[in-house]
Design a protein. Structure first.
Length: 442
């Protein structure tokens, strides 16, 4: 009997949920966003459900308009995950770090600290950032060009790894009659590159569990190349299985072309779920959130994406026919996503606004646990995904629904663990400890 491919699951924590209107619900946790205990509770729910990790995205700017519309960023992720690490035992802790704004030494020390605090559960999602307003908070007038940002990110990762290898944990002897550390095992890295100049060594020993797990989330050609070269897991965007399969195939080809026997990274598309004991119950949960959207604002934003006036579109009728992509003269990325969502879901206007409000272009599944798991299995068995980055539309409600209803169905079908295999993120993801880092200079 062939063994079924297991699913990896990570919880993407964002505000009161990924639906833009989730904070408006009467029972939302909007008042708790400044309390560490709120996020600790979410991580503990995820750990009870045996999920691989929790994940925080991050941004370096906020506009008054965005702040008015709903919660955005709050806690700095490494700080918050350090607190969560002390209240959990097995679940991984993944934070976002911008290579455009952090120095490698600073990032290596912060992430090294989290790796020690959590005893091997840290992960880093390396990004290059997106907006000039972020750059303007870091003494820049605008972001560097796309290619330059990715060149910096590649060098950033290289220096991180050198720093983590510069002070191997085996160097620490604690010989009370002699030396605390074997000095010869510490090495200056003396890196001189295009973007960074770093002497080293790092001023803390590497973890015995190795370096944090590297994640990547860029979907551009440069982002995919960075992922194929360095990432151990990838957060991808896919509205449907076909889109996910095309991405996975591209990453496999890029990885194979490197010719260094490197394994392809785990691929985890974003997934928004509305789960009910019946399909009607699941649809009702989706509808309740969608009805909280300020429709005038949502229609105005949709009009920007479509480059036409949508203000008079009837909310509960099908979306009017749109020009094909070849005839569209505006930004193609979001327009392509909208066309795909319409093709997949045949939504009313209100339902389309809800799909865009909860996860944007990420896959949305609505139904019973059996229906949801049927779809997840199709993605796994086709090679389109190795797991999913869960984006609950509301928190904690949608997360609790997934843990209570979907996880048991995955376990019943032999697709998900019934206990943690390891106390480290690498162990639970089935990733080896990079020996070149752990055993450097030993």
């Amino acid at each position: 009997m062939s063994q079924k491919k297991p699913v990896h699951l990570i919880l993407f924590i964002y505000g009161t949920g990924h639906h833009q209107a989730a904070w408006r619900a009467k029972d939302s946790a909007a008042e708790q966003l400044s309390e560490a205990q709120y996020y600790i509770n979410l991580a503990q729910i995820a750990e009870k459900g045996l999920l691989d990790a929790v994940f925080f995205a991050d941004g370096q700017a906020v506009s008054p308009e965005a702040a008015q519309a709903g919660p955005t960023w709050f806690f700095e992720p490494v700080t918050l995950l350090s607190a969560i690490s002390q209240c959990t035992r097995n679940i991984g802790l993944v934070c976002t770090i911008s290579a455009s704004f952090y120095s490698p030494f600073h990032a290596a020390r912060m992430l090294g600290s989290l790796q020690h605090l959590s005893q091997g559960r840290a992960g880093i999602n390396v990004v290059t950032s997106m907006w000039d307003t972020e750059a303007q908070n870091h003494s820049l007038t605008e972001l560097p060009a796309h290619a330059q940002r990715y060149a910096r990110a590649t060098e950033f990762i290289d220096v991180l790894r050198q720093l983590w290898g510069s002070y191997p944990h085996q160097a620490v002897q604690i010989d009370r009659a002699g030396d605390f550390t074997i000095a010869s095992r510490l090495q200056e890295i003396n890196h001189e590159g295009q973007h960074f100049s770093v002497r080293g060594p790092l001023n803390m020993p590497n973890s015995e569990h190795g370096e944090p797990v590297f994640f990547q989330a860029g979907s551009s050609p440069a982002g995919r190349e960075l992922a194929a070269t360095h990432a151990e897991a990838i957060y991808s965007v896919a509205a449907d299985q076909q889109m996910a399969a095309e991405f996975a195939q591209d990453i496999s080809e890029r990885t194979n072309s490197l010719g260094n026997q490197r394994s392809r990274a785990l691929i985890m598309p974003g997934l928004v779920t509305y789960v009910g004991r019946t399909l009607e119950e699941a649809k009702a949960k989706q509808r309740e959130l969608n009805e909280l959207l300020p429709t005038e604002d949502a229609l105005r934003q949709l009009g920007v994406f479509l480059q036409q006036d949508t203000s008079l579109w009837p909310l509960d009728e099908p979306v009017p026919a749109l020009p094909p992509l070849a005839e569209f003269t505006g930004p193609a990325g979001r327009y392509t996503t909208i066309l795909r969502l319409i093709e997949l879901h045949q939504p009313t206007v209100r339902e389309l606004l809800g799909l865009l409000a909860a996860g944007g272009g990420h896959c949305t599944m609505v139904g019973t646990p059996e229906m949801i798991v049927d779809e997840m299995e199709d993605w796994l068995d086709s090679g389109a995904a190795d797991g999913f980055n869960l984006m609950p539309p509301s928190l904690p409600g949608s997360l609790e629904d997934f843990i209570e209803l979907v996880i048991p169905e995955l376990q019943r079908r032999g697709r998900f663990r019934t206990r943690y295999e390891s106390t480290t993120l690498r162990g639970n993801l089935g990733l080896a400890v990079p020996q070149e880092t752990v055993l450097a200079h030993s």
